[in-house]
Design a protein around this ligand. Sequence first.
Ligand SMILES: Nc1ncnc2c1ncn2[C@@H]1O[C@H](COP(=O)(O)OP(=O)(O)OP(=O)(O)O)[C@@H](O)[C@H]1O
Ligand SMILES: [Mg+2]
Length: 210
Amino acid sequence: MTKILGLISQKGGVGKSTLARAIACEAQKAELGVKIADFDLQQGTFTKWHQRRLQADLNEVGSVEMFKSVRAALEAADGFDLLIMDGEGRASEKTLEITKVADLVIIPCGVSNDDTEPTCDLAKALVDKGIPRKKIVVTLSRVGSDASANRAREDIEARGFMVVDGYIPEKTSYSDAQYVGKSILETRHQSVNDKSQSFIDTLIEIILKV
Ligand SMILES: Nc1ncnc2c1ncn2[C@@H]1O[C@H](COP(=O)(O)OP(=O)(O)OP(=O)(O)O)[C@@H](O)[C@H]1O
Ligand SMILES: [Mg+2]
């Protein structure tokens, strides 16, 4: 059975593709067969990053393809262990479709209330449409401090949604790495890699359990 992971958000630029890339790298390292569905037809963020990666002579992180429809992505993922659906910039009708078929839905979120409120509103709208609350998790990304992460976590949990332990800090080296086709696990700074590695390890554990 293919495990299906959906990365979605209400707002753009929250780190969906960043997480999708790191999860794909890690899953590939664990020798899982990984299919990545890039639904961002306008930007093709994942696809272009993968192209940069291959041009830089780095390893493939799976089979990457752009899709318009969720159904086509599901068909193409037949035989793979993991399908990662990297959602488009903002929430759309496709967001609900992704959420319906996913075993786990990740909503990356920044730490200000400008981020946590729309994130919880989206999660609630999905629950109202019949999506089980327990398959939705929020991850904190682009975090500046422990204090801001704790505050965001409390806000989100108070609205009844799960927040994954730990967070991805905001680091220039993360964007620099991705600029050259690397993931946030592959920056030039070991301590920065360790931080993202521990978070991605936590996520992979959750993914493997669902
Ligand atoms: N933790 C971080 N630290 C520094 N830069 C980051 C971090 N996370 C993401 N970025 C940068 O922020 C930008 C947006 O990230 P990303 O593309 O992952 O978000 P997204 O949610 O997929 O965006 P979109 O909504 O456009 O699909 C990228 O330039 C990325 O390199
Ligand atoms: Mg993206």
